[in-house]
Design a protein around this ligand. Structure first.
Ligand code: ZN
Length: 821
C-alpha cells in the first residue's frame, strides 16, 4: 500500500463551497461483504444538493478509488477525478451526484478499519471520521458546515450485526449468506459524525426512561461486557437525563448505542452510535479510578451529542471549544449525576496536571488559534486543548456563576441546534445571561499562552494581598477563586473561613481572615494557575496536606507540590513524603490510584539513581498498609505494589497477593522481569489462565521489561517498526520497555528513537503521535540527548505533531534531569 498524502481543505475553500451549496441529503449504500475475507470496503454515495449559482463549478471530496461517478444522470469525465477530489462543473439548481468507490486501505485506522480478533479470528469493521476521514470511505462534501441527513443501507455477511447512527434498522436475508440492512434518516449532521460499524458483535440492550440503549463488543469480550453492562446502562441513562434537563433539550433520538471496538484510540462522539476503544471493556474487575474514567469518557462523548453534533462549530478553528466543553461537561456531570462525587479531585490529580505540564513547555500555545486548513486545526490537539481548555471553562463557570452559565447554554442550544455556530455565538449568550462583559476574559484566557502565578504577600499594615503575575510579562488574567483558611483541630485541619476573591490586575486585597495554620490558595480548584507559597507556608502545605478535610483540598495541595517539583522548588523526596502522607488518610477511593501514580512517577522518573530504591520501598510500604484496608483500596494498592516492591519482604508479599489474582499476576511478572527474573513458563501459565483475548499484549509487556538488548529489540520491532500494539495498550507496553534501572541497555534505544522520528510521521497521525509520546526515553539519557532530540525535530520530514510531542518531552526531560541532580 502506498500512503497517499491527502490535500487538506482550507478555510477559504470551505467558505466558498458553503456559500454555493446547500446539501439536502445523503443516501449511502455500503458493502461490507468484501471485508469478511478481503480488504475492500465499497460504498455508493448519492448526494442531493442545491446550487445557488447555476452553471457554477465546485468539487466533492473522495479519497477512495472511484469506480463510477455521475452528475444529474451524466457520467463525469475521467479527468474530473483528481486524487482526493472530484471536480463538478455545470451545476444545476438541483443536483444528484452518485459516486461509487472502493477503499482498500482498511488496516490503518484511517476512516474505515478492519480488525481480526486474535483469539477466534472473527472480523470487526468500524468507521471513524473526525476531522476529515469520511472522504476516505465515501464521497461527501467533507466540511462541518454543510450538514445534511444521512440514510444508510448496507450489505453484510448474514452472521454480522450492522450498527449505525440513526434509529431501528430493518434487516432482511438477501441469499448467499448476505443480509441487507436499511436505516432511517439521521437528523442533519456534519459529515464527520454519522458512522456505520459491522461484525458478529455481542449485543446487550436495555430500555431506560424511554430510551433504547445498546452496548456492543467483540464476542470474545462478552463476559466482560455483561459484567459491566448494568453500570454502563445506568450511567448512560443518568447522563441523558442530566444533560437533557440542564441543556433544556432532551436527546432527540430514542436509540443510543455504544460500540466497543479493537484498535481504536479513545472514543468518538458519533451521533447516537459512540465508538470506544475496547480497552474500556476492562478484562479484570475495574478499579474505582477506572470506573470513574470510563464514566467520564461516556459523558464526554454524550455531551458532544449537544455540543458538537447538534450544534457544530462552523470551522475547525473552534474544535478546541468542542473538546474543552465536552471535557468540562463530563466532569460536571460525573460529579453531579453519578456516584463519583470526587471527580474534580481526580481531574486535578491527573488531567489538569497534564495541562500544567503542557503549558510550561516552550511548545505551549494559546487555547484558541486560527486554522487555515484542517491539518492545522488538528495539529493543535493536545493537553492544552482538552485539560487546560476544560479547566478554563471551569473557571468561566465560577466567573459567571453556574446558573448564568446554564441559562446561556440553554439559549445557545435553542438557537443553533441542527446548525453551526462559533465561539462568539456562545460567549454572547453567556454575556447576556450573566450580564457581564466577557471580552477581556476571552482575550486573556483564550488568546495568551502560559500559566499565571498566584502568591499571597503580607502588606505593611499587617494585611494580605494576592499577587498575580501573567506569563512572560503579560497582564495576569482575571481570576475567580477561593482561599481556604484552615485551623488545626483535634482531627486534622478545620476550615474556618472560605474567602471568595475576584482578582483584577496584579494586586488584589484579601479580606482579613485572622491567623490561620494554613491558607490554601485556589481551594476548590476553580482557577488554572501556579500557586507559589512562601517557604514557611510550603513546609506546612507539604506536611499537613493529608489533614485537609476535602478531597479537592488535598488534591490542590498535591498539585501545588507537583507543579513546584517541576520548577525545582520541591525535592522528589519531599513530594513523595507529601503524597504518601495524603494517601495514609485519603478517603476518596477514586483519587487513590492517581495519587499513587504520581508517587510512583516521582520515584521512578524524577529521583536520582541513588535515591530511587529507597523511595520505591517507601511507596511499597504505603501500598502494603493500604492493602490491609478492605475492598477496592486493596486492589489499587497492590497494583502499585507491583510497580514498587523492592525489598525481599515486599516481593514476597506481592507473590502472596498475586497467587489468586490474574491481573496482579501479570503486573508481578513485569516487575520480576524488570529485575532480571523473567520466567517464560510462568508467562505461558498466566496466558493459559487469563480469559482476556488479548493476553499476547500482556505477555509482550513482561518480555519487554527484561534488562537485555534482545528483549528490547524484539519489543521495539513489534511496537515501533510494525505498530502492532493496539492503541489502548501502547502506554502499558512502553512503560514496561523504559525501566529506570536499565539505563545501559536502554541508551542505544534512545538513539533509535531519534532516528525513527521522520518515519513516525508516515503512519496514521494518531498512532504516530501516540508512539512519539509513549516511546520518549526517560532513562539512559542525559542533557546532550535532550539537545539532540530538540535538534532532531529540525528535520523537515518530522511532522509538526511529532515535533510538538518530542519538544514537550525534551522540556520535561530537562526538568527531570535537574531534579535528579
Ligand atoms: Zn471529545
Amino acid at each position: 500500500m502506498t500512503e497517499m498524502t491527502l490535500s487538506s481543505l482550507t478555510r477559504d475553500e470551505a467558505q466558498e463551497r458553503a456559500d454555493l451549496l446547500t446539501v439536502d441529503r445523503y443516501d449511502i449504500d455500503v458493502d461490507f461483504t468484501g471485508l469478511l475475507e478481503g480488504d475492500a470496503f465499497r460504498a455508493t454515495s448519492t448526494m442531493r444538493f442545491r446550487c445557488r449559482t447555476e452553471g457554477a463549478s465546485t468539487f466533492v471530496d473522495c479519497a477512495a478509488e472511484v469506480e463510477s461517478a455521475s452528475l444529474n444522470g451524466q457520467p463525469l469525465a475521467a479527468d474530473a477525478v483528481t486524487g482526493d477530489r472530484i471536480r463538478l462543473d455545470g451545476l444545476a439548481a438541483d443536483n444528484v451526484l452518485v459516486i461509487e468507490s472502493v477503499q482498500r486501505s482498511t488496516d490503518q485506522g484511517t476512516g474505515v478499519h478492519r480488525s481480526v480478533d486474535p483469539s477466534d479470528g472473527e472480523v470487526y469493521v468500524w468507521t471513524s471520521f473526525e476531522p476529515d476521514d469520511a472522504r476516505r470511505v465515501w464521497a461527501c462534501f467533507d466540511q462541518p458546515d454543510l450538514k445534511a441527513p444521512v440514510a444508510f443501507t448496507a450489505a453484510a455477511p448474514a452472521t454480522w450485526t450492522v450498527v449505525s447512527s440513526s434509529g431501528d434498522p430493518s434487516a432482511i436475508e438477501d441469499g448467499d449468506g448476505v443480509r441487507r440492512w436499511t436505516f432511517p434518516d439521521t437528523p442533519a449532521l456534519s459529515t464527520y459524525v454519522p458512522v456505520i460499524n459491522a461484525g458478529p458483535f455481542h449485543e446487550v440492550r436495555s430500555e431506560r426512561d424511554g430510551y433504547d440503549l445498546g452496548l456492543y463488543a467483540r464476542q470474545s469480550l462478552a463476559t466482560f461486557l455483561d459484567r459491566d453492562a448494568e453500570e454502563l446502562f445506568g450511567l448512560t441513562a443518568a447522563g441523558l437525563a442530566f444533560f437533557g434537563e440542564r441543556f433544556d433539550m432532551p436527546f432527540p433520538q430514542r436509540r443510543y448505542d455504544q460500540v466497543f471496538v479493537p484498535d481504536l484510540g479513545g472514543a468518538m462522539e458519533n451521533w447516537g452510535c459512540v465508538t470506544w476503544s475496547d480497552v474500556f471493556v476492562y478484562r479484570t474487575e475495574p478499579s474505582p479510578a477506572e470506573r470513574q474514567m470510563r464514566a467520564a469518557v461516556l459523558l464526554h462523548e454524550m455531551a458532544h451529542m449537544w455540543f458538537g453534533d447538534l450544534v457544530t462549530m462552523r470551522w475547525w478553528d473552534d474544535l478546541w471549544l468542542n473538546e474543552a466543553f465536552a471535557e468540562w461537561a463530563c466532569f460536571w456531570a460525573v460529579t453531579s449525576a453519578t456516584e463519583f462525587g470526587d471527580a474534580w479531585a481526580s481531574f486535578l490529580a491527573s488531567l489538569k496536571l497534564e495541562g500544567y505540564r503542557a503549558d510550561r513547555a516552550p511548545t505551549t500555545h494559546a487555547i484558541r488559534q486560527p486554522a487555515r486548513d484542517v491539518a492545522e486545526a488538528t495539529a493543535g490537539f493536545d493537553a492544552i486543548t482538552y485539560a487546560k481548555g476544560a479547566s478554563v471553562l471551569k473557571q468561566l463557570v465560577a466567573y459567571v456563576g453556574e446558573d448564568a452559565f446554564v441559562a446561556g447554554l440553554r439559549s445557545y442550544f435553542a438557537k443553533h441546534a441542527y446548525d453551526n455556530a462559533t465561539l462568539a455565538d456562545l460567549m454572547s449568550e453567556l454575556a447576556m445571561a450573566s450580564g457581564r462583559d466577557l471580552d477581556a476574559w476571552t482575550t486573556g484566557w483564550l488568546d495568551t499562552a502560559g500559566t499565571d502565578s498566584l502568591a499571597l504577600e503580607p502588606t505593611d499594615g499587617g494585611g494580605l494581598v494576592l499577587r498575580a503575575a501573567g506569563p512572560d510579562g503579560h497582564e495576569p488574567r482575571p481570576h475567580r477563586l477561593q482561599i481556604g483558611a484552615y485551623d488545626r483541630g483535634d482531627d486534622g485541619l478545620v476550615l474556618r473561613d472560605s474567602i471568595s476573591l475576584e482578582t483584577s490586575g496584579a494586586v488584589t486585597e484579601v479580606p482579613p481572615a485572622g491567623p490561620s495554620h494554613l491558607l490554601l490558595v485556589n481551594d476548590e480548584d476553580l482557577t488554572f494557575a501556579n500557586v507559589r507559597p512562601d517557604a514557611e507556608s510550603l513546609t506546612r502545605l507539604l506536611e499537613s496536606a493529608g489533614e485537609l478535610p476535602t478531597s479537592t483540598g488535598r488534591a490542590v495541595a498535591v498539585a501545588t507540590a507537583w507543579n513546584l517539583l517541576a520548577t525545582g522548588d520541591v525535592s522528589t523526596s519531599d513530594l513523595v513524603r507529601c503524597v504518601t502522607g495524603v494517601l495514609a488518610t485519603e478517603t476518596a477511593d477514586t483519587v487513590i490510584e492517581p495519587f499513587l501514580g504520581l508517587a510512583v512517577m516521582a520515584a521512578e522518573r524524577w529521583s536520582s539513581d541513588a535515591n530511587r530504591d529507597e523511595l520505591l520501598a517507601t511507596i511499597a510500604d504505603t501500598c502494603l498498609t493500604l492493602a490491609e484496608q478492605p475492598g477496592t483500596r486493596r486492589q489499587v494498592a497492590l497494583r502499585s505494589l507491583a510497580r514498587t516492591a523492592t525489598t525481599e519482604a515486599q516481593l514476597a508479599a506481592l507473590e502472596q497477593h498475586a497467587a489468586d489474582d490474574v491481573d496482579l499476576g501479570w503486573r508481578r511478572l513485569v516487575r520480576l522481569a524488570s529485575l532480571g527474573q523473567y520466567d517464560a513458563a510462568a508467562v505461558d501459565a498466566q496466558s493459559e489462565r487469563d480469559p482476556d483475548p488479548d493476553t499476547w499484549v500482556r505477555a509482550l509487556a513482561v518480555q519487554t521489561a527484561q534488562p537485555n538488548a534482545e528483549a528490547k529489540e524484539a519489543a521495539w520491532r513489534t511496537m515501533v517498526d510494525e505498530l502492532r500494539v493496539p492503541m489502548g495498550s501502547v502506554a502499558e507496553v512502553s512503560r514496561a520497555f523504559w525501566r529506570p534501572s536499565q539505563a545501559q541497555v536502554l541508551a542505544p534505544f534512545a538513539e533509535r528513537y531519534l532516528q525513527i522520528l521522520p518515519a513516525a510521521s508516515r503512519g496514521g497521525m494518531i498512532q504516530a503521535m501516540s508512539v512519539a509520546a509513549a516511546m520518549f526515553p526517560w532513562y539512559g539519557v542525559d542533557e546532550s540527548f535532550a539537545d539532540r532530540a530538540a535538534a532532531a525535530t529540525q528535520d523537515e520530514d518530522v511532522s509538526p505533531i511529532v515535533t510538538a510531542r518530542v519538544l514537550e518531552g525534551v522540556d520535561q526531560l530537562r526538568r527531570i534531569l535537574a531534579a535528579r541532580g
